[in-house]
Design a protein around this ligand. Structure first.
Ligand SMILES: NC(=O)c1ccc[n+]([C@@H]2O[C@H](COP(=O)([O-])OP(=O)(O)OC[C@H]3O[C@@H](n4cnc5c(N)ncnc54)[C@H](OP(=O)(O)O)[C@@H]3O)[C@@H](O)[C@H]2O)c1
Length: 312
């Protein structure tokens, strides 16, 4: 009987706060039998996985915040990824197919139900495989929803993006630039500031570890106020941005990574929400997973195929 040995990461205990360690996530080696998989399942060899911030919320042991389902104890973690089919019990897939799945195991090999494969990759489409979980995956789609759908900025709008050099921010900044906006980003190192300005097309950027008075920094970078703030970090940065919003500003809430390692009572509060009322600001949270078009987008046949090609 054909078998493969596979190393896999599994959840050993929940981490309600702090940085998860090897007490919470552990590696083990298992033997998978390739010939005894259930009908309508495939064995995937994992090629690429996307280690995304929302995964932090799936190992806290509590349902709140992002409301992502918790992994069970002893369960192998899974995420968006690209894999190669090495065994198939589904007529739609053959050995060698390259597929994308939001449930790709954090493992060398894993058995995945075929209904959880969102698309087959055409090897002749010329798109590098990592792009299926980056530009064409969650980060690219989140950037698109935040900028194109919720913010919908006009040319000349002043756009601020936090965690700007991250997977979402690097696309969001470029989308806003394509709309003719003035785009400023915050990030955590001088090297990333350089990257934002020289590679990702941002008009300017600052390092929030060295420019620690966020209010002063935003006064400096936004003398005419902020029309759009794509929030990826929450906390103090969100609070400061609310002091600089223009009338009818849009604030797509994409993520609040500054609080992911804290229970909610320990996170920094935002004390100036009143500004939203006076300036009639629209602040809106969103999750890409709940948008039906996301799944079509993953499959390559949904909205927005034209936009997707254009970005590329
Ligand atoms: N709503 C959705 O559907 C959706 C989808 C995808 C992502 N998101 C959210 O979007 C945000 C960015 O995700 P991503 O995929 O771009 O992540 P990423 O590529 O992993 O980048 C995350 C970056 O966040 C910054 N960061 C970490 N801790 C921070 C803190 N305490 N304060 C400020 N910045 C911090 C770090 O960059 P620096 O060096 O700049 O600090 C880090 O590299 C996250 O909040 C994520 O949860 C939401």
């Amino acid at each position: 009987m054909a078998v493969v040995e596979s190393r896999e990461w599994y959840l050993a205990s929940y981490a309600p706060e702090g940085i998860p360690t090897s007490d919470h996530l552990k590696l083990r080696t298992v033997t998978l039998s390739l010939d005894s998989i259930p009908e309508r399942h495939v064995v995937l060899e994992t090629l690429f996985i996307s280690v995304e911030p929302y995964l932090r919320s799936r190992v806290t042991g509590r349902e709140d915040g992002l409301y992502s389902p918790q992994f069970n104890l002893n369960e192998v973690l899974s995420t968006f990824g690209v894999g190669r089919v090495i065994r198939s019990k589904d007529g739609d897939y053959v050995e060698g197919d390259i597929v994308v799945s939001p449930f790709t195991p954090f493992a060398e090999y894993g058995v995945v139900p075929s209904h959880l494969l969102t698309r087959k990759v055409d090897p002749n489409d010329g798109i590098p495989l990592p792009e299926y979980i980056s530009l064409l995956g969650v980060p690219g789609f989140a950037a698109w929803v935040g900028i194109e759908v919720i913010a919908d900025p006009k040319p000349g709008s002043n756009v601020f993006i936090s965690a700007a050099a991250g997977a979402v921010g690097m696309y969001a900044g470029q989308l806003a630039k394509l709309r003719g906006c003035r785009v400023i980003g915050s990030t955590g190192s001088d090297e990333k500031v350089k990257l934002l300005k020289e590679e990702f097309g941002y008009d300017d950027a600052f390092n929030y570890h060295t420019e620690t008075d966020f209010d002063a920094a935003l006064s400096n970078y936004f003398p005419h106020g902020i029309d759009v703030y794509l929030d990826n970090v929450g906390g103090k940065m969100l609070e400061s941005a609310l002091n600089h919003v223009n009338k009818n500003a849009k604030i797509p809430l994409c993520g609040m990574i500054s609080g992911y390692n804290k229970v909610w009572t320990e996170r920094e509060g935002v004390r100036n929400l009143l500004n939203l009322i006076g300036k009639e600001v629209n602040m809106q949270g969103f999750m890409v997973f709940i948008l039906a078009s996301f799944w079509g987008f993953c499959k390559g046949d949904g909205e927005p195929p034209k936009a997707r090609q254009d970005w590329f």
